[in-house]
Design a protein around this ligand. Sequence first.
Ligand code: SAH
Length: 254
Amino acid sequence: MTGKVYLVGAGPGDPKLITVYGLECIKNADVIAYDRLVNKELLKNARETAELVYCGKEPGRHGLIQEEIHELLVKEATNGKMVVRLKGGDPFVFGRGAEEAAVLKAANIPYEVVPGITAGIAAAAYAGIPVTHRDYATSFAIVTGHGRAEKGNDFLHWEALANGIDTIAFYMSVGNIRHIAGQLIAHGRDKNTSVAIIERGTTENQRTITSKLESIADRIEQEKVVNPALIIVGDVVDVREKIAWFEQMEETIR
Ligand code: SAH
C-alpha cells in the first residue's frame, strides 16, 4: 500500500509554536525529512525507529538537493511509509512546499499540507510588533528581498511596496538591506520610517534591533546580524516601545 506525505510547518523557532496536528504527524512518522531552520528539539518527539533525514539547503546547491528531496519523498511513500516533510515556519511561505506537492501529485502519492506559523508574523509578535494595528497599519506584505538589481533578479514592484503597503516583512534580506532601503526611499517611502531587524526570532537567542529606513543598513553592519533574520518595515515597529514582552520576560511558567 502506498504511504502518505505530510508537508508540515514546524513554526518559526520556539518548538512550542508547532501546531497540534504538526506534532501529531512527527510522533507518527516513519521518515522525517527536515530542513535547516527546523528546531531540532521537535525531533525528540519522533518514534525511536523513525528515520531522520537532514535536508539542509546549502546556498548554491539548491537545484540538486531539491531534486534529491523529491526522490526521497516519492521513494519512501511508494514503499508504504508515513513521511513527514518538516519545514521552518509555514511550508507554503518561501518553503518550496508547493513544488513538492506538485511532484507528489504527479506521482499519485497522497499528501496533506499542515500549515505552520510563519516567521514574519511570529518573530514580529515576539519582538512586540503587531503586523497590523488599528492606528498604524491596515495592510501587510510578505516579501523575499534577496533579488539583486546587478544580477538582474530584482523583480519587486518597488513603487507599489513603497506606497501601497503599510507593513512589509522582508525574508532572506539581510545581505541585501542597503538595496532594499534605498529602493523604498527612492520610490517614495519616508526615510524616517521605522524598521526592525529580528535575529533568530522566537528562540532564546532572539535579538531585535530598531532603526530608521535611512540608517538600517549601517546598523545591520555594525551589529553583525546573523541569519535567520527578518526585516520589518513600517510604523507598527514603534508599537514595540509600548508592548515588548519577550526579551524582558522573567522566568515564568510556560
Ligand atoms: N517557510 C519559512 C520561511 C523560509 S525562508 C517561514 O514561513 O517562516 C527563510 C527566511 O525566513 C530567513 O532568511 C529569514 O528571513 C526568515 N526566518 C525564518 N526563521 C526565522 C527566525 N526564527 N527568525 C527570523 N527570521 C526567520
